[in-house]
Design a protein around this ligand. Structure first.
Ligand code: MN
Length: 320
């Protein structure tokens, strides 16, 4: 992850307007650790938090941070999705990606891949052969963003948001770097295009730094700690790696890093969609019938097919 330097002082400054209502925190939960099907270490960031509170977000995995030994890196094989979007943000390391709709490429070192599954897509995300052989640092996040019922069956789409496209902002004293990936923070706009109003941002605070950010009063507000430790809201509720803070209502939010640690937070929010959700495996729909239909369509090949010559997970010689 890029370190904070004095360069943050040259970035546009962002600060919540005075006299607003800073949000308090209603809960802090700790993500259980586990392993994704193919074996990479993940934290289930939203475990134990209700759908209503997360809406319009569904699910989030923190992958790593892990320093892989040679032949340890893992990804997923080809699999389907319908009814939502997957947002993959790679802080360190490399994933290669391909989908059945013609999308694909390399996601590395601060890049975000925003895939709209819509009515159906197959995709694969896997470390490249070179990284499998060498091992090395890997750290990423995959976030599932719901689509409203009238958009669940739209055509699939793909946004490749390279690290240098992200809107960079700083707190007034330069102690916090804000990478705005999608949505609006105050007067600033992130590059990602979204189907409902949401904010996806990554905030890095130097040890001892504090930031107060404007926040749309109609949005929920979720702060997930990717690294380090600090505290949230004016009550200074302690928060550390793997914990999710849910804020209450108000028009700004605050974050502080501990004096002896930096703090990296994925800061999310959005306008709740407010519809029934039935999520099963790789599908997020409104009814059980729609889930059954999705499985049926997948089995009939109606969600797409693996392209001829499509990439496969590289397993290396140890697993041949
Ligand atoms: Mn997937």
């Amino acid at each position: 992850m890029p370190a904070i330097t004095a360069d943050t002082l040259t970035l546009p400054r962002i600060n919540a307007p005075l006299g607003g209502h800073s949000r308090l925190v209603v809960s802090v939960t700790t993500a259980p650790s586990g392993h994704e099907g193919e074996g990479f270490p993940v934290r289930r960031a939203f475990a134990g938090v209700s759908r209503e509170i997360l809406d319009p977000f569904i699910h989030m995995d923190q992958m790593g941070e892990v320093n892989y030994a040679p032949y340890e890196p893992r990804g997923t094989d080809w699999h389907p999705h319908r009814g939502f979007e997957t947002v993959t943000y790679i802080l360190d390391g490399i994933f290669v990606h391909q989908d059945s709709h013609g999308g694909g490429g390399v996601i590395a070192d601060g890049a975000t891949q925003w895939m709209t599954a819509g009515g159906g897509i197959l995709h694969i995300e896997t470390p490249p052969e070179k990284l499998v052989i060498s091992g090395g640092l890997f750290h990423g996040v995959q976030l599932w963003v719901n689509l409203p019922s009238h958009k669940k069956m739209i055509s699939p789409a793909y946004q490749n948001l390279e690290a240098d496209l992200v809107t960079l902002l700083s707190s007034p004293d330069g102690g916090a770097l804000i990478r705005l990936i999608a949505g609006d923070l105050g007067e600033f706009h992130g590059p990602g295009s979204t189907h409902t109003p949401i904010v996806v941002s990554h905030v890095t605070l130097a040890a001892g730094a504090r930031v107060e950010l404007p926040w749309n009063p109609a949005f929920n507000a979720l702060a997930y700690v990717l690294a380090g430790s600090g505290s949230v809201s004016d009550e200074r509720r302690p928060i550390r790696l793997g914990q999710l803070a849910v804020y209450g209502s108000g028009d700004s939010i605050s974050l502080q890093a501990d004096d002896d640690s930096s703090l990296d937070v994925l800061l999310l929010g959005g306008q709740p969609i407010g519809e029934p959700i039935v999520a099963y495996g790789p599908f997020v729909m409104n009814t059980e019938n729609e889930i059954r239909q999705a499985f049926d369509d997948y089995q009939q090949g109606r969600l797409g097919t693996v392209p001829v010559g499509g990439i496969r997970p590289y397993r290396g010689r140890l697993l041949d």
